[in-house]
Design a protein around this ligand. Structure first.
Ligand SMILES: [Mn+2]
Length: 278
């Protein structure tokens, strides 16, 4: 889907990736008849997609398998993360953006800037219909690679004492120090969900996204982070989002495939499936 960012491209990702030989066990397509004229763009359609994604991810977890979700814009993470709202799970958000806008604070009224706030209970009522409580707690969350925050997002993150590691901090302290902080965070929980937004990477290396922001990560950094996490903690689910084939020159596809290789290798090596209750 692309309705959460309202820019053409991410809705073509699945068909494009299938042409590239990537197989999907389940596909969830938006029901375009639900596109209404609410304040938040396409809110009904997105809620419907997320509810179906949540149920699909839940089934994968119940089968003790590893759900890897490929988007689609980042609003889908409301569905994937809400499949399992256990408090013993860390949520790592690798992103250029904070994604903690609320319906009130958002200027664009695009849902892909809101998933993390919604998962904490600060979302549109249609999103809170399918996001079950307990909502995500601030202490479960860590953001990495952030380099584009709206003023209300800075306020939100600080008010809730949510740890966010910015590009400036990564450049200053060095990659490995910051990666280790993320690992220390995730070690405090039984499981980790990784939500990997490709726009965390600098558009010079990864142009195939819908909302690129300059001065982002070198692609080796998130790949290294994800690789080390799989080796160190129990990663139990993961999203890769915002891949936009219309803007890609082939480089983003390579990064996406490299990410899949890491996941394939690690999920094959270890059994990290978790027990969840129906
Ligand atoms: Mn995002």
């Amino acid at each position: 889907m692309n309705q959460g960012c309202d820019i053409e491209g991410t809705q073509l990702a699945t068909a494009f990736l299938k042409q590239q030989g990537i197989e999907f066990d389940d596909e969830i397509a938006p029901n375009i008849e639900l596109s209404g004229s609410n304040e938040i763009k396409h809110v009904e359609l997105i809620a419907d997609v997320c509810l179906r994604l949540k149920n699909s991810v839940k089934n994968v977890l119940l089968n003790r398998d590893f759900p890897l979700i490929i988007g689609g814009d980042h609003s889908l993470a409301m569905g994937s993360v809400s499949a399992n709202m256990r408090e013993d799970r860390a949520v790592l958000w690798i992103d250029a953006h904070g994604d903690v806008n609320t319906p009130h604070s958002s200027v664009t009224k695009r849902a892909h800037g809101m998933p993390l706030a919604s998962l904490m209970g600060y979302g549109d009522p249609l999103f809170l219909d399918f996001i079950e409580q307990p909502y995500l707690l601030p202490e479960q969350i860590i953001l990495f690679g952030i380099h584009s925050l709206d003023d209300p997002e800075v306020e939100f993150l600080n008010k809730h004492s949510i740890r966010y590691i910015t590009m400036a901090e990564i450049n200053q302290k060095g990659e490995q120090v910051c990666i280790e902080e993320v690992m220390d965070h995730c070690k405090r929980f039984a499981h980790t969900h990784i939500s990997f937004d490709l726009d965390s990477i600098d558009p010079a290396y990864c142009p195939g996204v819908s909302t690129p922001v300059n001065r982002g990560l070198h692609p080796s950094v998130p790949l290294n982070l994800i690789d080390q996490l799989f080796k160190t903690v129990s990663v139990s689910s993961m999203d890769i989002v915002e891949f936009n084939p219309l803007n890609d020159n082939g480089d983003s596809l390579i990064i996406l495939k490299e990410t899949l290789k890491i996941v394939d290798r690690k999920v094959g090596e270890y059994t990290y499936a978790m027990n969840i209750e129906e």
